[in-house]
Design a protein. Sequence first.
Lengths: 99, 167, 551
Amino acid sequence: MALQVVTANRIGDGTVVYLTRVGGWSERITDGEVSRSDEERDTLMAVAQATAEIPEVVEPYLIDVVEEAGVIRPVRYREAIRAQGPPVHPAFGQQAEEG
Amino acid sequence: MPLLRDGALVDDPWVTVDDGTQLPMDGPAIVSLERWQAHRDELLGRNAPLGIRLKSDQPPALIADDLDRFAVVALEFPVFRDGRAYSYARLLRERYGYRGEVRAVGEVLRDQFLFMLRCGFDALEVRDEKAVDQWREAVSEISVVYQPAADSQTPVWALRHRRSAAE
Amino acid sequence: MYRYDEYDQTLVDERVRQFRGQVARRLAGELTEDEFKPLRLMNGLYLQLHAYMLRVAIPYGLLSAVQMRKLAHIARRYDRGYGHFTTRQNIQYNWPKLEDTPDILAELASVEMHAIQTSGNSFRNTTTDQYAGVAADEIEDPRVYCEIIRQWSTLHPEFSFLPRKFKIAVTGAPNDRAAVRLHDIGLIMRRGDAGETGFEVIVGGGQGRTPFVGPTIREFLPKKHLLSYLEAIMRVYNQLGRRDNLFKARIKILVHEVGAEKITEMVEEEWRHIKDGALDLPKEEVERIRAHFAPPPYETLAAAQPAFEEKKRADGAFATWADTNVAAHKVPGYAIVNLSLKPVGGIPGDATADQMDAVADLAEHYSFGEIRVTHEQNLVLGDVRRTDLHALWRKLRDIGMATPNLGLISDIIACPGLDYCGLANARSIPVAQRISNRFADLKRQHDIGELKIKISGCINACGHHHVGHIGILGLDRKGEEYYQITLGGSADQDAAIGKIVGPAFSSEAVVDAVETVVNTYVELRQNGERFVDTYRRVGKEPFKERLYAAA
């Protein structure tokens, strides 16, 4: 079973966010709640859909991740770019916070 | 489905009869193109008004010679993105001079009302009764038109020069 | 340039109010994303990888200094201090907030601008020659007809839900700078038998997954019939264009499947019914619009400008720039100046708010307050006195817009790619930057000569790779970025679709591959041949051999 987290864009400003343990949304993927089974995945998506109806976020979806030493990283480079910010603009996105 | 005619909710006297279903003995009925083509004489023998429903791949050219038989032509929007019926409505009004009801059925959304009106639709089967208020907003949101269509609005290029001629 | 009257202004103001209502309904949860999406797209608002993206229409690429300052202001106040000029001669902002977009549209409306139909399955911004109205080779100013088309195609009730987006380009010159044969409809102004002007009509060109150079369906269309003929084409397409498959929905597929002759027949038949009717614009309306494009008050100047020639002799860097980025103007003593948005290692088409403000100032000072955006993602000041060129050049150098690389290997078109775009498979901008850095030596660039590199991050081909002399297409190959190279494309009057040269290259290898192609050309070229001439003479084999020799 692939590890997954739920991601979306925040409705007001479009910022990339990840669904956290407590059912909120964080800009840091590493705060994301990881699903490890079909049931966990369905639960996460249900929580995400409910917040999308408020609406808090737009079009939540699942992405595959890997977890190493407590750090969560996306598998696909598209999602790595979403998580970090545009590589051509290191001053923008999460990469700026961490740099 | 609620029916909007000229911006008001009206009782719909028409029933749309599926192909597999028996036609009611009397009363206005809307039938498919297929049924019309297969049972033309039978349908004309009915002593009640007849309407026809065209799918989005059935252009009005297919019924152009029979238009005076129909009191309603219903044009389908299977999804709101399928915009073929806008052309069909204009052709009915402008090419074939059809004066009966042109009805939009299927996925008919608020933000299309104005375009539909301009193309010659005069009746819309809408999702719910909220559509009455939406109609009022939708048809008054944009007052300027840049092109002639099947409605009576004057394009601005004509207004501009009408005004300057009057000055 | 065209200025709004009360009707034009009313429409954009009403549109802002309408969109403000739609955004409020969305934020209040009354509209789902599915319902809101088509509405925001009709106002050019996308949701991309990192944020929303707002695409603002610049009708046929023409801007006033006042409008440019407004674009700078929007970049600063609502975005992150920059904007990106696109191949549709528009500008897009990469970081607007949804809640701010009604205010942004209101700011735009205050300077006669909008974002209407910069997305969605309807007419997009009509584009034209960036030298329109001033080009020495022009038959007639096409912008008059671009504006007529703009108005007719705005909120068209019949054609707002087409099978797919629809792009029209118009040129008034035989040298095609607007890629008209690669548009859904291309219009070329021609002279008829009696010397009157009209249009050659091309239908069904395009790029994307299935590129086509469009066929001519009418050799000559008198001008008065322009709108009725366009409406006839659109009515045929709206009814018959494919709606079962997104990738086959453009008119080019219909033209290809049905055949150009049959399409011509259908269009002519439809046109027979509607010509000489309500779509014939009254003469006074055409004249009203034409008056907006009257030439500015040029001074009477000598064609020969000794002071300019003297400056060129004295200053080699200036001479290089003047020979590369300056084009011939139809009025003696004036010149067309290209402002490069392709500095070495830069992001093609990006401009900062400060640069936009500076360009607005320069336009007012040197060029009657007007700026043009090119489909090759540069800017143009169209009416500069030759005697002012040296002063202008110095000021352009100060703002990083004097790179003398117009039409050279570093004048690259690139789509936003996976740095921003939700559809992309691979990044485009970093490849452009690396190529630009690799060929940073200007002497080498000039020795290589005209060479157009165009890069797309996916098969939608927003970076026009099919028509690059060297085209680069980004692919996702098992989770890695790969790049396919095409050779021999052209967007000019000799339009051609490039041919795939062979297997794709990794991100690390692609710049070396481009250099191999260039070196091969340099070795093979004969007296004065451009890259594309050599390619047409020798074909792709010699390039292929060199590229894959080691493999």
